[in-house]
Design a protein around this ligand. Structure first.
Ligand code: AMP
Length: 282
C-alpha cells in the first residue's frame, strides 16, 4: 500500500492507472476508520483493479463552532484498517495541498443541499461538494463509494456527479451498525458509556416507524410523534430534526408513498448524531 501526500503526485498516478485501463474505486473518508468505512473499501476492492482511500479532515465542511480541531486522527491505525480491507493507495493530503493560497472556487449543489443538514450546518455541503469534486479530479475514479449513513450527503454527491457529467458510478452502501443498532460513526468516540447506550434510541425510533409503516400507517405526523416520544424517553437526548421525506428530492411529505427516507439528527449529551432508514411504501 502506498501513501500519497501530494496532489500532483496523486493526479499523475491516477492518470497513469487510467491510461493502463485500470478500474479505480475511490472511497473518500475523513479517517478514524471503522467497520462502516471498511465495508466500503471491501466493496470497492471487489469490482476495481485499484482502490484509493482518501483520508482528509476537510476544514471547508466544518462550521466555526464544530469539532474540526478535535476530530479524531488515528492515522497509523487507519493505514492498518484500510490495508486489511483492500486499499492499494491512501491519498492523505495536507489542507494546503488541496486548497493552496488563493483558492476560491467552490461547488454549490442547489436545493438538495439546503434542507436538513444544510440548513443547520451552513456551508457544510458546499465544503463536501467542493472537496469531493477535487478528490475525484485528482483520483480519477471509475467507481466511488459512499455510505447510506450520510444519506443527504450521498444524494448531494449523486446530483453533483449527474450535473457535472462526471464519468463515474456512485455506489451508496448500507449503514453498518453496532450490536445495539447505533450507526457506526467516527463521532461515536465522543460518547460516554451512558450516552452510547442512550443513543440506541435513534435506531429504535427508525425501526419503530418502519414497523408502523409496514403495518399500514401512511400518515407522517403520527409516525413522527411516536418516534419523538420514544427518543424523549432517553433523558440525555435532544432532537434537532425528525423528518419523513421523499428519498429522491428530500422534500417532506404528509402522506407516505413510493420510496421514503426517514431522517433524524439528535444530540446525545453534547454529541450530534445523524441516522436514517429507507422504506419502500407499496
Ligand atoms: P466520514 O469519514 O465520516 O466522512 O465517512 C466516509 C464515508 O463512510 C461516507 O461515505 C460515510 O457515509 C461512510 N460511512 C460512515 N459511517 C458509516 C457506516 N456506519 N456505515 C456505512 N458507511 C459509513
Amino acid at each position: 500500500m502506498t501513501v500519497i501526500r501530494s496532489a500532483k503526485q496523486m493526479a499523475l498516478v491516477a492518470r497513469r492507472l487510467r491510461a493502463q485501463g485500470k478500474a479505480i474505486g475511490v472511497v473518500p473518508t475523513m479517517g478514524a476508520l471503522h467497520e462502516g468505512h471498511a465495508s466500503l473499501i471491501r466493496a470497492a476492492a471487489v469490482r476495481n483493479d485499484v482502490v484509493i482511500v482518501t483520508i482528509f479532515v476537510n476544514p471547508l465542511q466544518f462550521g466555526p463552532s464544530e469539532d474540526f480541531a478535535r476530530y479524531p486522527r488515528p492515522f497509523t491505525r487507519d493505514l492498518r484498517v484500510a490495508r486489511a480491507a483492500g486499499a492499494a493507495i491512501i491519498f492523505s493530503p495536507d489542507a494546503h495541498e488541496l486548497y493552496p493560497e488563493g483558492f476560491q472556487t467552490t461547488i454549490d449543489v442547489g436545493a438538495l443541499a439546503r434542507r436538513w443538514e444544510g440548513q443547520r450546518r451552513s456551508g457544510h455541503f458546499r465544503g463536501v461538494a467542493t472537496v469531493v469534486t477535487l478528490l475525484f479530479e485528482l483520483t480519477q475514479p471509475t467507481h466511488a463509494y459512499f455510505g447510506q449513513k450520510d444519506y443527504q450527503q450521498a444524494r448531494v454527491i449523486q446530483q453533483l456527479v449527474r450535473d457535472l457529467h462526471l464519468p463515474l458510478t456512485v455506489h451508496v452502501l448500507p449503514t453498518v451498525r453496532e450490536p445495539n443498532g447505533l450507526a457506526m460513526s467516527s463521532r461515536n468516540a465522543y460518547l460516554s458509556a451512558q450516552e452510547r447506550a442512550q443513543a440506541a434510541v435513534l435506531y429504535q425510533a427508525l425501526t419503530l416507524a418502519r414497523a408502523r409503516i409496514r403495518a399500514g400507517e401512511r400518515r407522517a405526523q403520527p409516525l413522527l410523534a411516536s418516534m419523538r416520544r420514544l427518543i424523549r424517553r432517553a433523558p440525555q437526548t435532544r432532537i434537532d430534526y425528525l423528518a419523513i421525506v421523499d428519498a429522491v428530492t428530500l422534500e417532506p411529505v404528509s402522506r407516505l408513498r413510493r420510496r421514503m427516507a426517514i431522517l433524524l439528527a439528535v444530540r446525545v449529551g453534547p454529541t450530534r448524531l445523524i441516522d436514517n432508514l429507507l422504506v419502500d411504501v407499496s
